[in-house]
Design a protein around this ligand. Sequence first.
Ligand SMILES: NC(=O)c1ccc[n+]([C@@H]2O[C@H](COP(=O)([O-])OP(=O)(O)OC[C@H]3O[C@@H](n4cnc5c(N)ncnc54)[C@H](O)[C@@H]3O)[C@@H](O)[C@H]2O)c1
Length: 250
Amino acid sequence: MRLKDKVVVITGAARGLAAKTSRLIASEGGKIVGGDRDIDGLRRVVESINQGGGVATAVKVDVTSKKDMIALMDAAIKQHGRIEVMVNAAGGYFHYQGMIETTEDEWQSVIDSNLKSTFLGCQAALPHMVKQKYGRIVNISSLAARTYSYFLGAHYSAAKAGVLGLTRHIAYEYGPQGICANAVLPTAFRGERLSEIMSPEQEKDLIGKIPLRRLPEAEDIAPVIVFLASDDARFISGASIDVNGAMVTA
Ligand SMILES: NC(=O)c1ccc[n+]([C@@H]2O[C@H](COP(=O)([O-])OP(=O)(O)OC[C@H]3O[C@@H](n4cnc5c(N)ncnc54)[C@H](O)[C@@H]3O)[C@@H](O)[C@H]2O)c1
């Protein structure tokens, strides 16, 4: 068990990648404190983990609120006394209509839910990690950070590129305190979000661009997050790990 008794705070865990990752972390012995604004969805995930013999708690949060992110950490500390791992996976999106059509509110919302949220999650977790002289931060970016996003647009690409800079800076600033920070950059993977944004024809077209010739599942991404959260990755910090089937290399 690679995460035995490690306390893992993870955002966006009501569905998609973070829900799958939470289940995998629990199977590796980690104790989950999940945060999401969709509290009903999050409770369903948490209950299934607990029924399977894991340990998980649900906390309703808006990841763009500093107060909520501090309350999420407080809940973890109150229950377990420490936070070893912080996974920032929550994020929002809009159907992209084009740069010219993007409203200021849409821009701000995408930047806030993907980039500010990651900053707030790290900022709220770090004091506990510094105190412990131990911490693992895993921030979920995207292939869009290296290239662009046909479907989610300029604000999304900018926010996910910002996550890389933020992650590298944390690795530099808090490395001396025993804290590793890394980013994971998936290409589009199957799940609720993908079926909301892509047609079957668009999926087929995308698969043709991936040298491994299939779309990944969340199950192809979650083990990478677990690895970075574990001590197997203890000398990896400041890295941006591509999980894209060779769609973009180097
Ligand atoms: N789905 C993909 O193909 C893909 C590809 C590359 C990167 N990513 C990134 O991976 C991560 C997970 O993606 P996914 O497809 O599983 O996401 P998803 O859309 O299925 O789920 C996102 C979760 O975040 C929560 N959330 C959104 N805004 C929130 C807010 N302000 N406060 C609290 N909770 C909020 C939602 O309620 C939801 O449960 C995201 O950061 C996403 O940008 C996804």
